[in-house]
Write a protein that binds this ligand. Sequence first.
Ligand SMILES: Cc1cc2nc3c(=O)[nH]c(=O)nc-3n(C[C@H](O)[C@H](O)[C@H](O)COP(=O)(O)O)c2cc1C
Length: 274
Amino acid sequence: MKENGARPSEKWLRERISLRRFADRPLNREDVDWIVEGAMRAPTAGNMMLYSIILITDPAKKQVLSETCDHQPFIAKAPLVAVFLADYQRWFDYYRNSGVDAYCLERGLEFRGPDEADLLLACSDALIAAQNAVIAAESRGIGSCYIGDIMENYERHRELLDLPAWVFPLAMLCFGYYPEGERPAPRPRFDRKYIAFAEQYQRLSPEELDEMLAGRAAAFSPSNPYGVHNYGQWMYAQKTGAQFSAEMARSVRAALKNWRGEPILPKPFSKRLG
Ligand SMILES: Cc1cc2nc3c(=O)[nH]c(=O)nc-3n(C[C@H](O)[C@H](O)[C@H](O)COP(=O)(O)O)c2cc1C
């Protein structure tokens, strides 16, 4: 099953791009099912599946997300939007239903809520599932684009999607068929030597960093609205130091506060124990 020397699955990986302009037709039911099935075949820590997916086609909801996620109008035009949630709520609800509180009391153990490490594990599950969904979609001619800005505006997203405390919206994906015509070329990557190391980490020297970024920095123009003098300053102003990053930091802190602050036992349980 070779095609230009590459197996089709290699082609999906090599030719995938972030697609931001979709064919103007909805995804068919089988393709949506395939994307969800693809996501659900992903490995997860202890097979606990510490994630959930919310599939959104409601135009009003997509419109809200296009605004709350750093004002990106193409989100509203995506036929399908999927939010990938790191989800420990399901397991803790089950633990509570299973009398883990009573078990811990009997054994003199602390019944602890999910901590930061559990959140990171749930985030790993959610992101791996999301990327499986991307590849499943590619295999059927469906393009996608991640939206990291779903981590912003935590309070609004919590309300919009009805999220309990131990559910964190980690990633969002827009899906749609590739439009007819030419497909954008895959975007360049840094040279492999700066990314994949043998046996141990290699911190890059100033010269190596300049070399790694030479291609991208060549496109930098000193006449720009930010008053920056080089590509590094421009990237900082555009990304790490930008307003959306500040909002993301605020929002994630609020979500973490909520995650940590959730009482391990809801009121009725606490009463029964007391
Ligand atoms: C975690 C994450 C968040 C991203 N957020 C956005 C986003 O908010 N808007 C957007 O247009 N693209 C977003 N992207 C897509 C990247 O811009 C894209 O992957 C990158 O420029 C490389 O291009 P390629 O995917 O076509 O190879 C995101 C990608 C990732 C992995």
